[in-house]
Design a protein. Structure first.
Length: 187
């Protein structure tokens, strides 16, 4: 039998196989590096885009916070102004009420009657006065009953001061409630 030396052929084949394996390994490594570079570029772009979005959101948040603070300040000013308007309306109503009380009292007061003191306690008005005769007091009571400004007049005391026929006067004390309704005057 003949002996053939196949060893060089195997070595050559093994070298080719190692070269192909090395080439494949380098090719795979280059593709891996390329994929890694592409992934890093895409990730850094995505990250920079996210940073831009975050910065935009922070800017918009500060803008909205400033706007919200301005709106809150305007709301506080609005509430303060509405309080002032309500106070002015209450003062106007009270002024009209006082004028209505004085107007009603002066129109109800007969000429032979004068008042010596007036006291107000919330919605109750009590006054003391003098009259030439008791008919004038009765006339005052009827006028107070008919006046829409006053409600439920009560004569709590009437007495004669002095001697009859010598300038005697009737001292009286009347208590009356002030109604809440106010006649609006045309402006």
């Amino acid at each position: 039998m003949h002996e053939f030396n196949l060893l060089p052929w195997r070595q050559i084949c093994q070298k080719r196989h190692l070269q192909a394996l090395l080439f494949d390994l380098i090719f795979v490594a280059l593709i891996g590096v390329l994929i890694t570079i592409i992934w890093v570029i895409i990730a850094s772009q995505g990250l920079s885009n996210q940073y831009k979005r975050n910065n935009y959101l922070k800017e918009q948040t500060t803008v909205y916070a400033k706007e919200n603070a301005r709106i809150v300040k305007l709301e506080e000013e609005k509430i303060a102004l509405l309080g002032k308007i309500e106070l002015l309306n209450n003062l106007e109503t009270e002024r009209q009420r006082v004028l209505s009380v004085w107007s009603g009292l002066s129109s109800a007061l007969p000429t032979s009657v004068y008042l010596t003191s007036i006291h107000k306690n919330k919605n109750e008005l009590s006054f003391e006065g003098r009259a030439e005769h008791s008919k004038a007091v009765a006339q005052l009571m009827r006028a107070l009953e008919n006046d829409p400004t006053f409600d439920r007049p009560v004569l709590s005391n009437i007495s004669l001061i002095g001697k009859p026929g010598y300038g005697a006067e009737n001292a009286f004390k009347i208590t009356v409630n002030i109604t809440q309704k106010i006649k609006k005057e045309p402006q």
